[in-house]
Design a protein around this ligand. Structure first.
Ligand code: MN
Length: 736
């Protein structure tokens, strides 16, 4: 038992509060300290009975969130107050009206944006998605909603340790799915990297630890290398009287892991483990010239790779990022990335949105207006979009991964579109009516189809026809949310008309079969035909994609379900029940391998889990529970959007059951290699192979083998044996 010294705790709370004030001091104006004091005592009082999962007093959390707002985002009083109070409406007796009365409408609006929507959701919708949409609605009015939310999320990720495992997975997945891209989009580079690293820590713990360990053991050698590399550059910078700072640090753990995984290489082969940053202090008029001067010095000593020059000074990235990047060849034969920027650019790169305000032009406009453009685009999207929250989050997300493409109108006006945008996206960007009537385009005077993918520098002219109208097909090649939303709107109108007809057919058939046409029946019918929404079902029946006669088959199923309630999970309510049964009391864990007949589950084909893998169960609509690996490519989306359908799961089987797994073998081709590999698999280890495909190209051998193993230990043993085969270079597991 732990005894808590309340006196000590009080002192610690005050210590943390004073630290917050001390760090905020520089931005405080007259009377600000008083407001912050009031917010602090209000929050302290409201949360006084609450403790965090870790056992600490709850007030530590709002204090920490406010501290992040000050130290890591550079925000001022309104945000500090909002951060201190961000959980009171949701978690305590306090109402939003109380906040408005005591702290004014601005703070109240921010807190309202941060307060989750409560209540029941339509089946198929996701509470997280609804909450996210609500939060974004306030973004166009006040971007601080998102900034405080990011601070909140960052602190929750930093303290994730004390959460139960399934919550860790759910929160981490949401973070990588939405919050890290959002931080990136707002230019909050350090917060984005930390969120990604923490995601990795909780989902791929072993890999995370391995990379951290590797970074530590190679530190000494690395700093020696950097010192030698920089010596001549530094001297020349001094000689030319430049005022500068140099930073050299490893890339984030997450980005190293991504490189290793994508290129399938070990840690030691990730060549750009670190980037060197040269920051020059100069006047705003001189910064561009100064950066190129530094570039010239660097490339006097080391040859640059012409394909890796990135000039984000002449045209900044849409999130406001400005910098000059080059990759040069060091004296020891390693490529080194060098980033060159001014102090102002560096502040913006690190702190993002908030830092922009520090560098206002005289006319009050924000430099790096790409960000302003983006916010106005989000505003448009929210105004136009009446799709479901899930669809919306999906659209929004695709807008976050921005690497954009710059193109021109016939008059030479610059337009920025998301990467992969087509001529049709461009048409919608000009005007939604032009998009809807778009027939084709001329790119650099040449005729191209609607789905032509735009390249940087293209000059685009749109051709229209009054007879043209949007079709379902178009959705497959537009990428901007503006175009998507507009096309969906038009299609929806058409669909509605057909659905009215379909609904009449359904009601008539149900009446014939003497089934009550209530909403539960309709929902079961929807599930029976595996449609997403009743509208989809009515539409497909209306236009004849689904034959009205098939509704009869539903009658049989309906009967069966009523007689055997456990037979199939058909609607939202039975989901909750199913989860309650498995997650109730002591048996809150789905045990895989035993109780085979008690619960209906299947192993997901997308990631082929085997015993020993870290897994979770996911309640599907028609196929019972599916078991996925936590590292499955689909898991992020499942966990973040449908967290309520996730069931904890673990392996228990002691029985020898065979599970399907995939191994990719790469090696140098030699006579007899295949023989050696198959001999180990079938004769030595007695493993059954299901299939094997082999490719050889220019002396490189690549084999994909599907085989049956018992568990991860069995698979590891096999991998080790195969690695020893002469000529084999690498072995990795792959998902289907
Ligand atoms: Mn919070």
């Amino acid at each position: 038992m732990v005894t808590i010294d309340l006196e000590d705790e009080k002192k610690e709370i005050l210590r943390r509060y004073r630290k917050l004030l001390r760090h905020a001091k520089a931005v405080l104006k007259d009377g600000d300290a008083k407001v912050i004091r009031k917010a602090f005592s209000t929050s302290l009082e409201a949360h006084k009975e609450m403790r965090r999962k870790s056992g600490e007093p709850y007030i530590y959390h709002p204090l920490a969130v406010a501290q992040i707002c000050v130290d890591e985002i550079g925000l001022g009083t309104t945000s500090i107050v909002a951060a201190l109070l961000h959980d009171v409406v949701e978690d305590t007796e306090m109402e939003i009206e109380d906040v408005a009365r005591d702290f004014g409408p601005k703070v109240a609006r921010i807190i309202d944006g941060l307060t989750k929507i409560s209540g029941v959701f339509e089946h198929g919708s996701s509470q997280q998605a609804e909450n996210f949409r609500k939060m974004l609605l306030t973004l166009s009015e006040d971007v601080r909603v998102i900034l405080v939310k990011l601070a909140d999320r960052l602190h929750n990720m930093r303290t994730l340790e004390s959460m139960p495992r399934n919550n860790q997975l759910k929160i981490s997945s949401e973070t990588i799915y939405l919050y890290a891209p959002l931080a990136h989009r707002l230019g909050l580079y350090s917060i984005k990297s930390e969120l990604e690293d923490l995601y990795l820590k909780y989902t791929e713990t072993e890999h995370y630890r391995y990379i951290v360990e590797k970074i530590n053991t190679t530190r000494l050698a690395r700093s020696k290398f950097i010192k030698n590399f920089l010596a001549p550059i530094q001297k020349e910078l001094w000689d030319q009287n430049l005022d500068f700072v140099i930073k050299g640090r490893p890339k984030s753990i997450y980005s190293i892991w991504n490189k290793m995984r994508k290129q399938n290489i070990p840690f030691d082969e990730v060549y750009d483990l670190f980037a060197i940053r040269i920051i020059v202090e100069t006047t705003p008029e001189n910064e561009k010239a100064a950066c190129w001067q530094v570039y010239s010095i660097v490339t006097d000593f080391y040859k640059p790779n012409p394909d890796r020059l990135r000039d984000w000074i002449s045209t900044s990235k849409a999130n406001g990022y400005e910098s000059l990047h080059t990759t040069v060849m060091s004296a020891t034969g390693q490529w080194v990335e060098v980033q060159i920027r001014s102090k102002r650019m560096d502040d913006i790169a690190e702190k993002g949105y908030a830092a922009h305000w520090k560098y206002k032009d005289n006319d009050g406009k924000v430099k790096g207006s790409g960000l302003e453009q983006w916010i106005s685009r989000v505003r448009d999207m929210l105004e136009q979009n009446d799709s479901s929250a899930l669809e919306f989050v999906d659209d929004f997300r695709s807008n976050l991964f921005n690497e954009e493409v710059f193109v021109f109108t016939p008059k030479g006006e610059l337009k920025t579109l998301p990467n992969g945008a087509t001529a049709l996206d461009f048409a919608f960007e000009i005007h939604s009516e032009i998009g809807a009537k778009c027939l084709g385009a001329k790119v650099n005077q040449k005729l191209v189809p609607l789905n032509y993918i735009l390249n940087n520098g293209d000059q685009v002219e749109i051709l229209t026809s009054s007879k043209q109208k949007p079709s379902e097909d178009w959705l497959r090649f537009v990428v901007s949310s503006k175009a998507k939303a507009r096309i969906k709107d038009v299609l929806k109108e058409e669909k509605k008309a057909a659905a009215v007809e379909g609904k009449e057919i359904v009601l008539r058939k149900l009446k014939q079969m003497k089934i009550e046409p209530n909403s539960e029946t309709i929902n079961q019918l929807r599930a029976f035909f595996e449609e997403k929404t009743p509208l989809d079902l009515f539409y497909k029946i209306g236009v004849g994609i689904i034959d009205g006669k098939d509704i009869k088959k539903f009658k049989e199923v309906k009967k069966e379900t009523t007689n055997h309630p456990r037979a199939k999970i058909l609607d939202g309510k039975s989901f909750e029940k199913a989860i309650a049964t498995i997650s109730g009391q002591d048996r809150d864990m789905l045990l895989i391998g035993e109780d085979m007949d008690l619960i209906d589950y299947k192993l997901a084909k997308c990631c082929n889990p085997i015993p020993g893998d870290d897994v979770f169960g996911f309640v599907t609509i028609n196929e019972g529970i599916k078991i996925h690996r936590t590292s499955c490519p689909n898991s992020v989306e499942l966990l973040s959007n449908y967290g309520y359908r996730v069931v904890k799961a673990k392996w228990t089987s002691k029985k020898k059951i065979a599970f399907l797994a995939g191994l990719k073998i790469v090696g140098t081709d030699r006579v007899g290699l295949i023989n050696d590999v198959t001999r180990i698999i079938s004769s030595e280890l007695k493993v059954n192979m299901r299939s094997m495909t082999i490719d050889t190209d220019h002396g490189i051998f690549e084999g994909n083998i599907m085989l049956y193993v018992h568990d991860t230990r069995h698979l590891d043993l096999l991998t080790k044996k195969l690695e020893n085969v002469n000529g084999v270079v690498s072995i990795s597991r792959f998902d289907s």
